[in-house]
Design a protein around this ligand. Structure first.
Ligand SMILES: NC(=O)c1ccc[n+]([C@@H]2O[C@H](COP(=O)([O-])OP(=O)(O)OC[C@H]3O[C@@H](n4cnc5c(N)ncnc54)[C@H](OP(=O)(O)O)[C@@H]3O)[C@@H](O)[C@H]2O)c1
Length: 357
């Protein structure tokens, strides 16, 4: 049966692919948008990705404003969706803590409360580091009693974007439990382009890495041979999100959207370099050394790399059994991540405007 959904972050990279899949399946979506006047262009984009633009409507709203910036008419328009998909987030390295908290934490709490008031399921998109409990403890999160966490210290360690995503996760989980409202979380790894077309947006972290490789800015491989940057292709991520959102058994569950077959960083850079026709770095540089170098003024700009991005390169391996089970239950097939990487590199090489300059 066709469902009606409310979507935040619909204009973003994951949001576009989610909307393409939702509308292709016949579901309708109201988007909370800071710039609802851009809906026609977004409809066209979603149609190019295989969706149905006519099933999308928009209301003006802003995660950073009180009451989500929704006026009375907009509140009426967002009544009683079956599922609220919360993807909206301010993503940037070097964000001010106050700004990150207002949009990514307070905004997420406001979306959660709206979903609970409307009797809707909330599908919230977090991030894969939430499944790395050793890392969470090392950066100072109290996993038994998250409310005791000194979040300012966490923000200082991780940077405000990641800190705010982590805080949002724990606070929304508590709030939804208090409100006895259904919540499903999906935690994506770093998102790779579409597994066949390679479509990716230029501001994506992986597009930045590929741009650096293509531009000869990657002189060494961060970390050791055991380090990797776990990936998931955007089309498969959208399939997992939709499957989890409409599956009653997934209420209260957290899904790790991560392809365990992602090669180590060295292998990944070799594959990308081969596709781009450039040479791949062969020497490793220890992460602490790279972190120290990035503290030197001007170096992050020179290398087009920010220390905040280094936390995502780790040696930890993850248990994806629950994700495999969800995929099997819904007959979803993991695309080949190597092919998705190559398609992404080809897409970026053919669309130079998509590589950040
Ligand atoms: N991409 C990844 O590798 C990755 C990995 C793990 C988790 N995630 C998470 O997945 C979600 C989606 O990521 P993405 O890569 O698709 O992000 P994205 O391309 O940067 O898109 C962000 C979306 O959030 C919206 N947004 C930002 N600030 C807003 C505000 N104040 N009010 C309303 N909307 C606002 C943007 O809308 P505008 O059009 O108005 O800018 C845009 O639609 C985020 O929660 C992100 O943390 C992403």
């Amino acid at each position: 049966m066709n469902k009606h959904c409310l979507v935040t972050g619909g204009s973003g990279f994951i949001g576009q692919h989610l909307l393409a899949l939702l509308t292709r399946q016949g579901h309708s979506a109201t988007l909370l948008m800071r710039q609802p006047q851009t809906l026609p262009a977004l409809r066209t984009q979603v149609e190019q990705l295989g969706g149905r633009g006519e099933l999308m409507t928009a209301v003006a709203g802003d995660l950073g404003l009180a009451g989500l910036g929704l006026d009375a008419a907009a509140r009426e328009q967002v009544r009683q969706p079956d599922v609220v998909f919360h993807l909206g987030a301010q993503f940037a390295w070097g964000l001010a803590a106050e700004q990150a908290r207002r949009v990514n934490v307070e905004g997420a709490l406001a979306v959660a409360e709206l979903a609970a008031q409307q009797g809707s399921r909330l599908l919230m998109v977090g991030g894969f580091m939430l499944a790395n409990h050793g890392h969470l403890q090392r950066i100072g999160i109290d996993l038994q009693r998250p409310e005791r966490t000194d979040w300012d210290k966490v923000y200082q360690r991780t940077g405000a974007y990641e800190g705010s995503k982590l805080e949002a996760h724990f606070r929304v989980r508590v709030r939804m439990a208090e409100l006895q409202a259904p919540l499903t979380m999906v935690h994506p790894a770093t998102v790779c382009g579409h597994s066949r077309s390679g479509h990716i947006l230029p501001a994506q972290p992986l597009a930045g890495l590929i741009g650096n490789l293509a531009g000869g800015l990657l002189g060494a491989i961060p970390g050791s041979a055991a380090h990797w940057l776990p990936l998931v292709s955007v089309d498969f991520l959208a399939e997992l999100i939709v499957a989890a959102a409409f599956d009653g058994q997934q209420a209260g569950q957290e899904i790790l959207a991560l392809d365990a077959a992602t090669p180590n960083l060295q292998g990944m850079l070799q594959q990308l370099a081969h596709t781009l026709g450039v040479s791949a770095p062969s020497r490793h540089m220890p992460i602490p050394l790279l972190r120290a170098l990035l503290k030197i003024p001007g170096v992050p700009r020179l290398l087009r790399t920010d220390a905040e991005s280094l936390d995502f390169i780790q040696t930890t391996r993850f248990n994806t059994a629950a994700t495999q089970a969800l995929a099997q239950r819904h007959q979803l097939h993991w695309p080949d991540i190597g092919q998705a990487l190559q398609a992404t590199a080809r897409y970026l090489a053919n669309e130079p405007s998509a590589v950040q300059g």
